[in-house]
Design a protein around this ligand. Structure first.
Ligand code: 13P
Ligand code: SF4
Length: 303
């Protein structure tokens, strides 16, 4: 059944010249039919390069918006219109405008997990894989980092020479795990290396053997000589790694790290979107695209 549906999707996407991009948090059966799977930064780079006239995003809304901003001439479809990211909506543009008025000497650094509208008032975007490098490379030492204070805290520790102010937002999924969860799983698997996403709380990040983006965690686990790993990011990464590295064992840091928004997209949604009966075509006005693009281009240039 799954194989039949996958074959129909592959056939339709070929006929209709559709490029399917999937975030690494998507389910295995979606990753299998995607043209490209990766973390937020890799997806934005691939979106820019994609030759197809239509791009179908299997991920959350801000990712589809990023594709549209980078390729306004393309038709960009979000496979499941309900798939949002609560973090992307935590800060209103007016809050940033107010801050800029009070502190005009600060550079506003926005995590890519933000709405297109918010990006229009920010100076540069970052992703979890590029944040440290970009913040280091910024000419200004005064920075406001939004919305994720856990990622921001991690960046501040890596770049102590900068004066970084944090806004108090974050990912409810990653921030839900605590030190007690980590201690519990470490007791069960004392030999396992702990790999975590910087969206986790600082107390968890401090205990990790490796901190990195979704793709960095996967690369690290694949290349490592170790045989057991505790994975502190969305639970689907455990499944993907276990599928690829059969000689190793992967354990979720906690079953709580499950993103309900990333899990909304199903293979049937992908089929319906490719076939043309579902999905949402992303529309952004010219002015939003023009302004939001400045900080995404800056991210690609500096990252
Ligand atoms: P990355 O894709 O940058 O690792 O971010 C994870 C995430 O939470 C995306 O929503
Ligand atoms: Fe948003 Fe967190 Fe889900 Fe990523 S994992 S889409 S940041 S809620």
């Amino acid at each position: 059944m799954i194989k039949d549906l996958q074959e129909q999707i592959l056939q339709l996407k070929k006929e209709k010249d559709i490029c399917i991009l999937a975030h690494s948090y998507q389910a295995r059966e979606i990753v299998e039919i995607a043209d490209f799977t990766g973390d937020s930064f890799q997806l934005s780079v691939e979106a820019k390069k994609a030759q197809a006239n239509t791009v179908l995003m299997c991920g959350v809304r801000f990712m589809a918006e990023t594709v549209k901003i980078l390729s306004p001439q393309k038709k960009v479809i979000l496979a499941n219109p309900l798939a949002g990211c609560p973090k992307a909506e935590q800060i209103e543009p007016e809050m940033v405008e107010y801050f800029k008025m009070k502190s005009p000497d600060h550079t506003v650094v926005a995590y890519i997990n933000t709405t297109a509208e918010l990006k229009t008032v920010c100076d540069v975007c970052v992703t979890s894989s590029s944040a440290v490098k970009i913040v280091k490379n910024l000419p200004n030492d005064n920075i406001i980092f939004l919305p994720d204070c856990n990622l921001g805290d991690y960046v501040s520790r890596q770049v102590p020479e900068k004066n970084i102010k944090l806004m108090q937002g974050g990912c409810p999924v990653h921030a839900a795990v605590n030190l007690t969860d980590l201690e519990k799983i470490k007791t069960l698997h004392p030999e396992a290396l702990v790999l975590v996403h910087p969206e986790c709380v600082p107390k968890v990040v401090e205990q990790a053997d490796f901190v990195g983006s979704t793709s960095a965690i996967m690369d690290y686990a694949k290349k490592s000589d170790a045989k057991e790993f505790i994975i502190g990011t969305e639970i689907s990464i455990v499944e993907h790694l276990q599928y690829t590295c059969r000689d190793k064992r992967f354990y979720p840091l906690s079953k709580k790290i499950l993103c309900p928004n990333m899990k909304l997209t199903t293979l049937v949604d992908v089929y319906d979107a490719v076939e043309g009966s579902a999905g949402e075509v992303i529309e952004l006005d010219e002015n939003t695209i023009k302004k939001a693009r400045i900080c995404i281009d800056e991210m690609i240039r500096l990252g």
